[in-house]
Design a protein around this ligand. Structure first.
Ligand SMILES: [Zn+2]
Length: 575
């Protein structure tokens, strides 16, 4: 009892300290001068029409004026002037979906990405990099080594490495390599032994342990739920270095113009960790977590976990459900079969859902009952059907209207059919698309799914015409976090081989920017605070060296972020 009183007193002291610091902070900013931006392309993003403003004034972290330079100067004559020198000012980029924690973890892993992210061409390159990593970092025998970003489709051998390949160079360390899709990985012999995966192991529900032909011996490739123990183990081991990499990770996001970042599936421990970093005053961007569905019940009962509200720059927005796998890994769930061979499947190979309809129904029911916003990873159209069914079922059971403003977000929604997008409009669901796939896997999708389905991937234009507010994401670490690359892929939809993947779905640069500014603010219910350069909104800005609306479309990805500003403060400046 005594002890708990002491703890309560300490907590009160701690929080009152925090409060006064916060008050001091606000007072301090209050003495700052207003800042007047002029002489650049100030694109407001305030409506569906392109609009430029001559000048913008911000004061104390908020936009106080948008309009003509003459009016700005007479109304704010004491403001310090910031000459944009012809550069472009946009609202800070809002990340509709990536994995902040995974990006942070890659900072301690071997980069096995093919170009343009990394340099790996074949399996030997992977093995050389693994060997060099062990040597350069003085890693002792028996310690875990992790790699990320390898892509079997981009390797010269067109296959996954096996445990035997990895054993050749690292026989005395447990090794786990995460595939670029985030839906599978390869372990070596020692790693498989450590996690008790062997010839006797059965495939878990919703997962696959790949075997060598005509044997039960695992190759090392573990897919979907079979991968979870390996990822869990990896996260646990890398957690030790979490705070070391937290700052570098947010600097990395800020260097790309991002002022609001997402962690696309966060367990309760990591939520605590993020909040502790935020409470220590470490956050200079906003960070949004989506809590993992496995903890939905306990999270809702946890009175210390408040959804939707920022606390020192961090909030948990809602809950993330993973309903299927990846289309390039052939684990996304479709209504029509893949056109090419699917490993471990002999007929009617349509991929697989990660959860049963019953489980998804229960999750929807719990979430809708508690006004908890849902974000559901769906790639194939069969999974989207399951989500629509779960939505209808939950509304019916709870007696809630089908079109209540819940903003249930379908993450990826890559192969949604036109009729499903129409249902999204009816049910106030929003798609968060993934046009980077057109570049990274567009050619593979044409092969595996046929031209018709592949060319309609992430149909931004169709969705926009229906009146939806599509966002567009990187899903980093799956593809690079760079929002200018995301704009570029939405506008051009050019594949690695140079083919255009769905000419009709190429967006205007303006719509591609809306997807990571105003529409992304809407996704998080933050349209009153962020997403456009409008009076009263936060002074979250990005300054670019060129105007994405004016350059040659293929040049968009070469545009440079010069400066990132969060609530009036510069958090990144290009050297
Ligand atoms: Zn994701």
């Amino acid at each position: 009892m005594k002890q708990s009183i002491v703890i309560i007193i300490i907590l009160i002291l701690f929080f009152s300290c925090k409060d006064s610091e916060k008050t001091n902070g606000i007072e301090q900013t209050a003495t700052n001068n207003a800042q007047l931006y002029f002489n650049g392309a100030i694109i407001t993003m305030a409506s569906d029409e392109v609009a430029y403003a001559e000048a913008l004034v911000e004061e104390n972290g908020r936009i106080v004026f948008v309009g003509s330079q003459k009016d700005a100067e007479s109304e704010y004559e004491n403001a310090s002037k910031i000459n944009l020198n012809g550069n472009t000012l946009l609202p800070g980029f809002i990340d509709p979906h990536s994995h902040f924690g995974m990006v942070s973890n890659t900072m301690a892993q071997v980069d096995l990405n093919p170009e343009p992210v990394g340099t790996v061409v074949n399996i030997d390159d992977i093995l050389n990099k693994l060997q060099a990593f062990k040597e350069n970092h003085n890693i002792a025998d028996g310690e875990w080594i992790f790699g990320w970003g390898y892509d079997d489709g981009e390797l010269a051998e067109k296959r996954h490495p096996t445990k035997r390949d990895i054993d050749k160079v690292l026989p005395s360390n447990p090794v786990y390599l995460q595939h670029t899709s985030g839906h599978m990985g390869v372990a070596n012999t020692m790693a498989l032994e450590k996690l008790n995966v062997n010839a006797e192991s059965k495939n878990p529900e919703g997962g696959n342990i790949e075997r060598f032909p005509n044997t039960k011996e695992p190759t090392g490739l573990v897919q979907e739920t079979a991968m979870y123990p390996f990822v869990g183990n990896m996260l646990e081991i890398l957690a030790k270095d979490q705070s070391k990499y937290f700052d570098t990770t947010q600097e990395y996001y800020a260097s790309h113009g991002i002022t609001t970042a997402q962690d696309g599936m966060t367990d309760r421990n990591t939520i605590r960790f993020f909040q502790s970093q935020a409470d220590a005053g470490k956050l200079n961007i906003d960070l949004i977590s989506l809590a993992g569905y496995a903890e939905l019940d306990s999270n809702i009962k946890d009175s210390t976990l408040q959804f939707k509200n920022y606390n020192n720059g961090f909030k948990v927005q809602g809950t993330k459900i993973v309903a299927d796998g990846s289309p390039q890994g052939k684990t996304a769930f479709f209504t029509k079969p893949f056109l090419t061979e699917v490993p471990g499947c002999s007929n009617d190979c349509r991929g697989l859902p990660s959860l049963s309809q019953e489980t998804i129904n229960t999750l929807f029911l719990t979430a809708y009952k508690n006004d908890n916003q849902l974000f559901i990873h769906c790639n194939g159209d069969a999974t989207v059907d399951m989500i629509i069914e779960a939505h209808e079922n939950a509304c019916k059971q709870l007696g809630q209207p089908l079109d209540k403003d819940r903003r249930t977000i379908i993450i990826h929604a890559q192969f949604s059919r036109p009729d499903q997008l129409e249902m999204f409009v009816k049910y106030k669901m929003e798609p968060s698309f993934f046009t980077n796939h057109a570049f990274f896997w567009g050619d593979v999708h044409v092969e595996n799914l046929g031209k018709e389905r592949a060319h309609f991937l992430s149909p931004m234009v169709f969705a926009h015409q229906l009146g939806l507010k599509p966002t567009n994401h990187s899903d980093a670490t799956v593809t690079p976090i760079n929002p200018l690359f995301t704009i570029w892929s939405a506008v051009n939809r050019v594949s690695r081989s140079g083919a255009v993947i769905g000419e009709d779905e190429r967006t205007t640069p303006y719509l591609a920017i809306q997807a990571i500014t105003s529409n992304a603010a809407y996704e998080y219910f933050e349209e009153d605070l962020k997403g456009s350069l409008s009076k009263g909104k936060l002074s979250d800005f990005v300054i670019l060296d060129k105007n994405p609306l004016k350059v040659e479309p293929m040049e968009i990805k070469n545009i440079q972020v010069l400066e990132t500003i969060k609530e009036g403060k510069t958090i990144y400046k290009r050297k």
